[in-house]
Design a protein around this ligand. Structure first.
Ligand code: NAD
Length: 492
């Protein structure tokens, strides 16, 4: 197995454990770099140690930012073809190493290898890296007449700091770094302290696609994230994570007026209209809610169902839930794994207990499975409504509240009533009716008869408390550039 030989295990952030698991080093300026302290990462399925991540100091971050700024000079001048080839090379390296990366991702994150799990995620990394190569940022001629020629160019924004969460660690890392590199920027990425290993390994592999210093990874705690958002050597921060952290980043980014892309929390509502067919939509609703165990920003997190088909919808969802195997992700028969970490497991458990006290009816699940591992069964809760925590707060776990409504206008106003706006969905056989509701839902993406799909060529982002800016597509690439105008006077 890859990794530096373990030499010490001074644990960080409460994590300790044996020393016979490999250290996955950081990549700074093209070199593999270790730290004095390490954090041991344990499998959320078995509790067994998986590997160790260096716990970077702020001095390590400074080295990475310095290397990135030095590399930025040449990389920003590299030809479009060179940058495009780098993205394609990244996709190729990921493809070559898919087996190793998928397995490591399953070990540390918990998601199954199969289904919409690790292999799906690593496949997504290839797709997004390849897509970054395909987008164009042409010079636009805004005016060309006898008085002036005015051109609009896109120039690299400068060194990008990327801060990622633990739910889709590899895919989100690629979402950040591929367009940044394509646009001519160097990157310093910091993975979540819960899931650093797969990112450390992926960057060690793909950094060779670009000159030393263009792609750096620094693993550590939240302090390294805060160090990035306040660092004067970083021009832009792209962050995916909670709304609370996004707000903290926005404040500390003010020092040098950093550009920001913030992909934050969601509490996506789905509205099932009275004409929908519960049996036909049950599987789509289920996976919209339970993809990655609900630990997905744009998962369906509140389902509003019309009174006339409420019981049928509940029954159809219970039937689907009963067919989905959950367990250790390395067992290829499983389609759902554990909750990724204890804090999230405790949050999910507390929200379900609170819902029960508020009169929620457990249709399936509702109690932790018991160890080893943070397994919480798929849980469907009926007869809860707005004002209960499981509806109002982002659960980010395998629980779906099903809320009864009798008036579509009322459902719409409840769906729009929270300070979130990432995704939303409408479920109906009548496309006109669905469109009319979809047009009034407050979200960056409104899906009709599906939920949560993301595509490399389609801009994705949140409104209200769910974020600032978009990723993906040409608009996502433009977010890694500044506009520069060349304005030529013509002799009059
Ligand atoms: P989090 O905000 O706790 O942590 C995310 C990252 O921020 C980690 O790397 C963490 O170390 C770092 N961090 C923590 N404090 C920081 C600070 N003060 N300054 C800078 N960085 C700091 O989020 P999480 O628990 O890892 O992820 C779950 C959340 O992410 C959910 O709310 C989910 O909805 C959201 N999410 C959003 C999207 C999206 O595209 N909108 C995608 C995935 C996850």
């Amino acid at each position: 197995m890859f990794g530096l030989k373990s030499k010490s295990n001074k644990s960080a952030e409460g994590a300790g454990g044996p020393t016979d698991v490999p250290i996955y080093p950081m990549t700074i300026n093209g070199a593999q770099v270790d730290a004095a302290e390490h954090r041991t990462i344990f499998s959320p399925s078995t509790g067994e140690p998986v590997g160790q991540a260096p716990v970077a100091t702020l001095a390590d971050l400074d080295s990475a930012v310095e290397a990135a700024n030095a590399a930025q000079v040449e990389w920003s001048r590299a030809s479009d073809e060179t940058r495009r080839e780098a993205c394609q090379k990244i996709a190729g390296i990921i493809e070559t190493n898919m087996g190793e990366l998928s397995r490591l991702l399953t070990l540390e994150q918990g998601k199954p290898l199969k289904g919409m799990g690790s292999e799906f995620e690593v496949g997504g990394c290839m797709a997004w890296a390849g897509a970054a190569a395909s987008f164009e940022l042409p010079v636009k001629v805004l005016q060309d007449d006898e008085t002036a020629r005015i051109e609009q160019h896109r120039t690299p924004v400068g060194v990008v700091g990327s801060i990622t969460p633990w739910n889709w660690p590899l895919m989100i890392a690629i979402w950040h770094l591929a367009p940044a590199i394509r646009a001519g920027n160097a990157v310093v990425i910091k993975p979540s302290p819960y899931t650093p290993l797969s990112t450390l390994r992926m960057i060690a592999l793909i950094a060779e696609a670009v000159p030393p210093g263009v792609l750096n990874v620094v693993s550590g705690g939240d302090d390294i994230g805060a160090g990035i958002s306040g660092h004067d050597g970083i021009a832009k921060v792209v962050f995916t994570g909670s709304t609370a952290t996004g707000k903290a980043i926005m404040k500390s980014a003010a020092g040098n007026l950093k550009r920001l892309t913030l992909e934050l929390g969601g509490n996506d509502a789905g509205i099932v209209l009275p004409d929908a067919d519960p049996k036909a939509i049950a599987e789509g609703v289920f996976w919209g809610a339970f993809i990655n165990n609900g630990q997905t920003c744009a998962a369906l997190k509140r389902l509003y169902v019309h009174d006339s088909l409420y019981d049928d919808m509940c029954a159809a969802l219970v039937e689907v839930a009963g067919q989905i195997p959950m367990g250790d992700g390395l067992d290829e028969g499983n389609l759902l794994g554990p909750v990724q970490n204890k804090a999230q497991f405790d949050k999910v458990s507390a929200l379900v207990e609170d819902a029960k006290k508020a009169g929620g009816r457990i249709l399936t699940g509702g109690e932790p499975k018991g160890g080893p591992g943070y397994f919480y069964p798929v849980t469907l809760i009926a007869d809860v409504s707005d004002g209960v925590r499981i509806v109002d707060e982002e659960q980010f776990g395998p629980v779906l509240p099903i809320i009864r409504y009798s008036d579509v206008e009322d459902a719409l106003s409840r769906a729009n009533g929270l300070d979130f706006g990432l995704g939303a969905s409408v479920w109906s056989q009548d496309m006109d009716a669905a469109r009319s509701v979809a047009e009034r839902m407050e979200a960056g993406t409104v899906y009709i008869n599906k939920h949560g799909e993301v595509l490399p060529h389609v801009p994705f982002g949140g409104v209200k408390g769910s974020g600032v800016g978009v990723e993906f597509g040409v608009e996502g690439l433009e977010a890694y550039t500044d506009i520069k105008i060349l304005s030529f006077a013509k002799a009059g």
